[in-house]
Design a protein around this ligand. Sequence first.
Ligand code: ADP
Length: 519
Amino acid sequence: MQSQALDLLHSVFGYPGFRGQQQAIVDEVAGGGDALVLMPTGGGKSLCFQIPALMRHGTGIVVSPLIALMQDQVDALTEAGVKARYLNSSLDAATQREVEDLLLAGELDMLYVAPERLLTGRFLGLLERIPVALFAIDEAHCVSQWGHDFRPEYRGLAILHERFPDVPRIALTATADERTREEIVERLGLHEARRFVSSFDRPNIRYRVAPRQNARRQLLDFLDGHRGEAGIVYCLSRRKVDETAAWLMEAGIESLAYHAGLDTETRTRHQQRFLREEGVVMVATVAFGMGIDKPDVRFVAHLDLPRSMEGYYQETGRAGRDGLPAEAWMVYGLGDVVTMSQMISQSEAGDDRKRIERLKLDSLLGYAEATRCRRQLLLEAFAETYPEPCGNCDNCLVPPKTWDATLAAQKAMSCIYRSGQRYGAGHLIDILRGEAGERVRELGHDKLTVFGVGADMDATQWRSVFRQLLAAGWIEADPEGFGTLRLSSTSGPVLKGERRVWLREDARPAKGRRGKRSP
Ligand code: ADP
């Protein structure tokens, strides 16, 4: 069997040997076993079902949620001489009929289908009339509510096993933290499946996170180190994408915008230019990237917080596919934390979904504020242990200093409390620094005992303190009020002096940069 697999690898795909766990996976599935494959993007998941589909009698049915990717894969297979087609809503009725006829005539090695199509009674009926070599469920995390792109129709795939108990199933995904993994097993009934977990480490990517001071300046400095190189700059909103692309152009950097608000023609054109030309910077929302296989993306920059660690991993993972050094760089600030918390609270999602989103945000914030190796943290999110600090992230290269910020935290918390837990960081900082502006005087906040008690630190330093306190949950953002900060359940022990708070150095009062003293 192994030699047959190798023969196909050579003769059909033209590769000299299998990579990583491919051979073991192929053996398992070709032999009729079920498999759950967790492999990072670019790891080579496709061969894991394509080769067994060719080895086994009948047609391999591949479930994929992405219409564009189906076409790419089918084109590549056809080029290699494999009889492959796809069925989805993009085909006209005559073509659909033609594909079905080929299927029934036993003329297809592989058929790619969208899940909603597969699950129709009609299509399942067709499958019962032919030998099925295997079911491959690509992007299997779509079955999970915990995962980042849940597709309800994936849930229905559980019936494949009931209707076709003898057909092996292989589920594949590149995003699987522990919870997503368990949900895939549960939802698809893959308890018996052998698990193949590859390392998610991307050793050539250097991870860096910087507190936002002047995002544009910081981005330009970062891009200075990547002149003439291709990269992606992710922003949260379409507007910010447009603005950022425009001012980068003004700054002499070849950049294009990509988001779902642009018409299809523009999006395709920009994508093609990014893929074909050298040194184009794509400024985009997360709408850009799925299925983009450009090997020499040298950097991925985040100007806003991504949605979750999985999202961050996927997005940064688009850098350095060629194995050469690449950078993942992110700036973030107090505003992001507030915005993200509020987006979650104000979303239409149910309470369970909100709870999940909050946990995800917490884990991301933990990463952003980390003082230890970022790679270790990132891989821990995928239930992988990375034994030693990596030596290729900012925290390893320049270990951050921490300082005992207990007193500053107490001042910040008292200020929140005394002013009635109704204000955002800007106003709180004015009070702390003793800035008796109009609003502060109007509200009588210049009479508070905390007025001016934080004049030894400047506003930037205070913002950093608030950001870190918020990120770590020592204080929280009021879901109702815009930017309003309030105490959390963990504030008490700090205020009472029972818990000490250590923060990253970027918040420490720098010598000679002291703010004005309180009167
Ligand atoms: P994934 O689906 O895991 O993102 P793909 O299956 O698209 O990854 O494979 C990523 C790239 O690696 C493709 O260009 C593919 O042709 C290549 N590849 C996969 N397996 C091998 C192999 N054994 N030898 C050489 N190249 C491979």
